[in-house]
Design a protein around this ligand. Sequence first.
Ligand code: NIG
Ligand code: FE
Length: 409
Amino acid sequence: MRLLITNIKQLCQVEIADGNKTRVSGRDMAVLPSIDNAWLIVESGRIHSFGEMRSLPETNADEVINADGCLVLPTWCDSHTHLVFAAPRDGEFVDRIKGRSYEEIARNGGGILNSARRLNKMSEQELYDQSLERLHNVMAQGTGAIEIKSGYGLCLEGELKMLRVIRRLKETSGIPVKASFLAAHAYPIEYKENKEAYIKLIIDEMLPVVAGEGLADYMDVFCEEGFFGVPATERLLEAGWKYGLKPKIHANQLHYSGGVQVGVKHNAISVDHLECVSEAEIAALKTGNTMPTLLPGAAFFLGMHYQPARKIIDAGLPVCLASDYNPGSCPSGNIPLLLSIACTQLKMTPEEAINAVTINGAAALELEMEMGTIKVGKKANLIITKKAPSLAYIPYDYGNSPILRVIFS
Ligand code: NIG
Ligand code: FE
């Protein structure tokens, strides 16, 4: 199957030089290489070739798309979601409007525990059907690779049910899906007075089964005051590593939890959230290769202060953006809307924001050799936008979908 796209107003995020671009950091984040008035050929699901219209070769194609006035980009790589869940939490949303905080709701058995109660009552098939619908929705908004976490089971059966659903989504959706094991998301009520027993349950009973069945790529921990502290996080990450599960953790969402430092120390692929970042976190990030991943959708929805993206980029570090799609803190996996929030609230430029959800998102999924840029040989998951005057128009036109068509290969 050969697809030819012609008259592309701007082919964005191209990679032409030899070598591999694996992530962009600091000042380089402001650069999004592109070709004006371009063509692109996809063959057998891979990017075959591309260039300027005046160099378009004579070629036969099974399908030709005239993208006159449109932009073409690589699909988004959403490296942090909790897309498998059983029910919305709109009641808590109203409680928060009336003044109760996210932490207060969680302390009183709501929040993650509320989601766990609902999930454990739902059949695997129904959970799969609902989750597939959500996945299809975000794919229609341009997501072409995704990470999905467990963490609403909080018991062996529930966690396995979630991870099996994620595996089925991986098999049926046709896009790359990575799974993170997040049993350390909250302490179930029955372990409230014996937290050590829950940590032991995760390490001694859940992890061997999850790893044995090959159900997870990553080990995640909600490292936060009132949830899992640094010593527990360290034990969990070390246990995950023994089974080959690399860390990818929730850090510094509500407080300076030490989560960034512990993630870097244990060679986490990414540390995610980062509402609370001081010089100490920046210094830690500079010593390693751990990707700082910001989730401004959660800060938006919880009405919290935003992540200091400028401080991180200006320190020469990379920034990744991800949705955090989940029923509590961010019930949306809409990346175009996330880009608008990143530009208006985090003061990222459109180029920086798009780098953050393409090549840096791919890096946070360990898919940087496959996705994240328009490069010959890479997987041809592509976004064709509606007619747009510029790249900046994507985050500018907020609340409206920029998508004309998404190509999944
Ligand atoms: O990333 N903060 C921890 N976990 C999720 C929220 C989970 C929930 O509220 O259901 C997050 O924001
Ligand atoms: Fe999250």
